[in-house]
Design a binder for this molecule. Structure first.
Ligand code: GLC
Length: 744
């Protein structure tokens, strides 16, 4: 047969014998419809049911000993808290014994790393470095996807202005603009550009919605807020995640204005699946469907199931309400079959998109797991991200950076040698502390041979014993400089870890005050999962570094900052209050009718008689080993027409002696509007590296969107009028101001 004839045959044959490529190009929608047609009602409800593996992350209502049988019978669509190739393969094999062999989705809280533990999300937010944040999520996804995981319950995009709430550690802090950008960066990091690769996992925007506004900062508490506040401050990061293509949403435990999120049609149907036309699926938070009974919103599990499916909760995590009641509810006509079908379609679509029907084990490859989890690059990236997250709060007389040839350094405090604490809350493999570098090890690897390192714990984090003080003082006596490592423990923040006071626990500050009597420079390294209060250290230490929980490479990252191998560039993503009485406290407060114009005159002013209104450390605050000058502010116009853009430029100069990065922040104030507006709102920022003496022209573009807000009628509008423009190095340290008007 001639070559031409063979080629011709081959060409036409692909129209007669479609291969796998054709089957896939049929489109996932069609494959979903074909499968749906074959499913019984019980099998459909099974896809909406999610069980946890043995390592639970929530309250267990009843021990479920029937899991494997349920999986085999097609009653389970997803498992959470099962990890590793071995266990995921084994359970997937059980699912493939079901009648239709529908593969399971394996999900896990990969919040800040899988095996390589990155800084907690609030720490990463302090880097204001979106590429670093994306990369951190990407590495976490690579490691998780190599270990059988298809889906992470991250990013948590809850805005919160209350550091009593332990889950501030999981988010991006108090600001909606910064939180939206970070949420989108994390989605892109976890999911890559397209799902289906084995270096990406489905992400999950959580907790929808307004969970971070829990009354009194007490976890799971009710949330009450105006529609304007909801739309302006709490929803945008979810919309940013949806626009970034986030595969799933998770609803929240709280009621919003009386309606539990998981039974909230306004949130899940009107906004998410309606206005936002969201095509992914919503998983309930752990047991939140069943918890509508405790909320007093459902009289029993059956009513909870009815309310949840009606409100748009597609998958039921661990309350078993759907498995127990949905078939009956549909058969009795109380729940329309279409609602169940819609939820099943959304879930099946993701399973096809991940390629699980073509290869149910594609994420569970033992060889790849070993290779990816031990990639030496990952810890180097983690160290980079960690050092970018550190915030320099104080540096009197340039105490820092320390010389690597300092003769004697005393490392004192309960967090000098700790490893587990540095990983923070929400880590996947708590037992794996050998790969964590603590502060002592970080400093040891940093200093020269001539430096003598001394160590004494001095006290515990939480206990009230001062028994270790004498040894600590004795140790510190012969040092040239003292480095103290203090803070919370890892389990004092995170889920269900609200605190009524956010001081340093135990005798840590008492120990500091004793050490301080020695008259030696003390560098305080404060660690924790939230803004903390440590007035004595803040006021009397020579230098203060806030190091959050930085993960596996924490000790190396802190040492790089302490000895100047990295010039700190972090800026606070959350306000640090002077005391708990000021909370909620954020930079974008309202002026009131009686603003404090001068702290000495607070008579009939909106003020406290026992503390200033100002925070200890403001949103956007963070020092550097160099200094920066702001000059030469230029606005392209003093008045812009509606929808016209305003170009703003200024010169940023490194006026110090070492290279460093500055986060230049742009704030706007809408001076008069149909609703009172905050005194300032972050609308843009640039993180810029400058060599000593180097200047760069920085430009911002202000479009209509940056001038808009939700008015009384909940319309997103930019109202004509005057705007104040502020550019600064912190929300309370404005360097350049300007004015412009938006014309009618
Ligand atoms: C927890 C958390 C949620 C987490 C889920 C699964 O209760 O609220 O953030 O993803 O349960 O662990």
């Amino acid at each position: 047969m001639s070559k031409k004839r063979i080629l011709t045959l081959a060409f036409f044959s692909c129209f007669i014998f479609p291969g796998v490529a054709w089957a896939q190009s049929q489109g996932i929608d069609q494959r979903v419809e074909d499968l749906l047609k074959q499913m019984t009602l019980e099998e459909k409800v099974g896809q909406l049911n999610q069980y946890s593996g043995k390592e639970v992350t929530g309250p267990v209502n009843e021990k479920n000993t029937n899991q494997l049988n349920d999986i085999k019978a097609g009653w389970v669509g997803s498992m959470l808290n099962v990890k590793g190739v071995k266990d995921t393969r084994a359970i997937q094999a059980v699912a493939l014994q079901s009648r239709l062999k529908i593969p399971l989705l394996f999900s896990l809280d990969v919040i800040h790393g899988y095996r390589t533990v990155f800084p907690i999300p609030l720490a990463e937010a302090a880097s204001w470095d979106l590429e670093a944040i994306r990369l951190s999520a990407h590495i976490a996804a690579k490691e998780a996807a190599a270990s059988g995981i298809h889906w992470t319950f991250a990013p948590m995009v809850d805005i919160s202005r209350d550091p009593r709430w332990g889950r501030v550690m999981e988010g991006a802090g108090e600001d909606t603009y910064l939180g939206s950008l970070i949420g989108a960066a994390r989605v892109k990091g976890f999911q890559g550009e397209k799902l289906g690769g084995t270096d990406a996992v489905m992400a999950c925007a959580k907790h929808f919605a307004a969970y971070g506004a829990a009354l009194a900062g007490r976890d799971y508490n009710a949330v009450d807020m105006s529609p304007q506040m909801l739309w302006e401050s709490y929803l945008p990061p979810f919309k940013a995640a949806a626009d970034a293509g986030v595969a799933t949403f998770m609803n929240s435990f709280n009621t919003l204005n009386g309606v539990p999120a998981t039974g909230n049609s306004y949130l899940q149907r009107d906004i998410l699946k309606g206005q936002w036309n969201y095509k992914g699926f919503v998983v309930s938070d752990w047991g939140s469907i069943g918890e509508m009974i405790a909320h007093g919103f459902a009289k029993n599990s059956e009513e909870a199931a009815l309310k949840a499916i009606t409100a748009g909760s597609d998958m039921d995590m661990e309350s078993v309400a759907y498995k127990k009641s949905l078939v009956k509810l549909v058969q009795e006509g109380k729940v329309k079959q279409e609602l169940v079908d819609d939820a099943v379609r959304r879930i099946l679509y993701k399973k096809f998109e991940l390629g699980l029907f073509d290869d149910p084990y594609k994420f569970s490859d033992a060889k790849r797991e070993q290779k990816v989890l031990n990639d030496p690059q990952h810890k180097l990236i983690a160290r980079e991200v960690a050092q970018k997250s550190i915030v320099l709060l104080k540096n009197e007389n340039n105490t820092l950076p320390l010389s690597k040839n300092t003769q004697t350094i005393a490392l004192i405090g309960p967090l000098v040698q700790s490893k587990r604490d540095l990983a923070g809350s929400w880590i996947v493999q708590p037992g794996d502390t050998t790969i964590i570098v603590n502060l002592l090890e970080g400093v040891q690897q940093k200093v020269g041979k001539k430096t003598k390192l001394l160590y004494a714990k001095g006290c515990d984090v939480k206990s009230n014993s001062q028994a270790g003080f004498a040894e600590a003082l004795q140790t510190a006596k012969s040092a040239d400089v003292i480095v103290m490592a203090v803070g919370e423990t890892w389990d004092m923040s995170g889920e269900a870890k609200s605190r009524t006071n956010i001081n340093l626990p135990g005798q840590q500050e008492a120990l500091f005050m004793e050490l301080q009597k020695l008259g030696k420079p003390i560098v305080a390294v404060v660690m924790g999962g939230r803004p903390l209060i440590f007035d004595q250290i803040a006021d009397k230490a020579s230098a203060v570094v806030f190091a959050w929980w930085l993960g596996n490479e924490g000790g190396n990252a802190i040492a790089n900052v302490l000895f100047g191998d990295y010039n700190p560039s972090g800026k606070l993503p959350m306000t640090f209050p002077r005391n708990v009485g000021q909370i909620p406290l954020s930079y974008n407060f309202y002026n009131t009718g009686r603003p404090v114009l001068n702290e000495k005159n607070i008579v009939y002013r909106s003020a406290y008689i026992d503390a200033p209104n100002t925070p200890k450390y403001a949103f956007g605050y963070g020092l550097s080993y160099t200094t920066f000058g702001y000059s030469d502010l230029k606005l392209s116009k003093s008045k812009i027409a509606p929808h016209e853009k305003l170009e703003v430029s200024f010169t940023l100069t490194n006026t110090g002696k070492v290279a460093g990065e500055e986060v230049a922040q742009l704030y706007l104030q809408d001076k008069v509007a149909s609703l009172a507006r905050p005194v300032k709102e972050l609308k843009d920022f640039r993180k810029v590296m400058l060599k000593p003496g180097e200047s760069k022209t920085i430009t911002f573009t202000i479009d209509q969107n940056k001038l808009s807000f939700y008015n009384q009628e909940l319309q997103w509008v930019a109202e004509p009028g005057d705007f104040k423009l502020m550019i600064g190095t912190a929300s309370d340290n404005i360097k350049l101001t300007g004015e412009f008007a938006l014309a009618e």
